[in-house]
Design a protein around this ligand. Sequence first.
Ligand SMILES: *Cc1c(COP(=O)(O)O)cnc(C)c1O
Length: 398
Amino acid sequence: MRNRPGRHFLQIPGPTNVPGRVLEAIGRPTIDHRGPEFAALGRECLDAMRRMLGTRGRVVIFPSSGTGAWEAALVNTLSPGDRVLVYETGHFARLWAEVARRLGLEVETVEGDWRSGVDAGAIEKALSRDAGGARSIRAVAVLHNETSTGAASDVPAVRQALDASGHPALLLVDTISSLASMPYEHDGWGVDVTVAGSQKGLMLPPGLGFNAVSEKAWRAGAAAKLARSYWDWRAMEDPNAAGYFPFTPATNLLFGLKEAVAMLEEEGMERVFDRHRRFAAATRRAVQAWGLDFNCRRPEHRSASLTAVRMPDGWSADALRALILERFDVSLGNGLGKLDDRVFRIGHLGDLNDVTLLGTLAAVEMGLGLAGAPFQRGGVDAAMDHLAAAPAAMVDSS
Ligand SMILES: *Cc1c(COP(=O)(O)O)cnc(C)c1O
């Protein structure tokens, strides 16, 4: 590979750009994970993740990708043959359902159109059909933010659907591509198990998976019969209480986690969320000016952390992405599953500012022109107008 001057733009919807402060923290010499220095780090990281996830209860940290945390959510709460209702918002929901099937669970899907968030009414209907004594659905699994389609979902509305149907199923929620970019409240929203990962809004490299666990989910775990060893929450309990882990944790990523959460909290979480809303709004202005379609049809479902854009019919999204990478050194997200080659995804989550976003949008606009795709210029102008008119709340200098 020849050297490319300047900084590569990693504008996929995760992994995201890792700030220098976090890289420096990760670069510190590894310490003894059973030594005295480690305990404070372990406790600080668990507390930091409680704040990020919005819980006073149990949080579990695995050295894993998000997929591992998906598996942990299932094996710690369910038994072979249990039914799980999965709302198929898109590719990632389908993958989680596939994990459940491979583990020996019975999956019932609510089909989505891959262009919107969860319809809580459809979940309520499915739960109402599962009435009577049997009540065989043990868990409902939804994604807070479907990264393949750019659609976010109203988790409290899903909670209400469970409550309205009086159904005792557990509520499992994936917040891998929304945590620390969009508001999320594990306790406040009545979620039983939350699944998260390090490499998106938390601005870390891949390698940490998280669960937040409600009391109800913890109790369900006592009766759950799926085989588990590495993913067993209970093995974490005693060591975690003292700041340690039952096996070797990803020590250097924990250095990074502590630093990343410190950075987010210095900015202030409300500001972090506002910043992402602003980036999403500016990106939408650009897409509209280009005259391209959003993959997510309903404006109120459009994600604050990424925007999935549909290519005009007959035009390859992958060819456009390849051209933009080659010419401008900017990586955009590809279409996944059913959306293969149909959409490109602009990640606007994690460590970025106004001009990072504008650089990304400029690469897209130049790429569309070079590809000869049917579109109108002026997207970057529209985004600039939005960003200039709605200034970011600056970090306090005090
Ligand atoms: C990225 C992502 C995943 C996959 O996580 P891995 O770390 O690749 O295992 C799962 N769900 C959502 C919503 C994601 O965005």
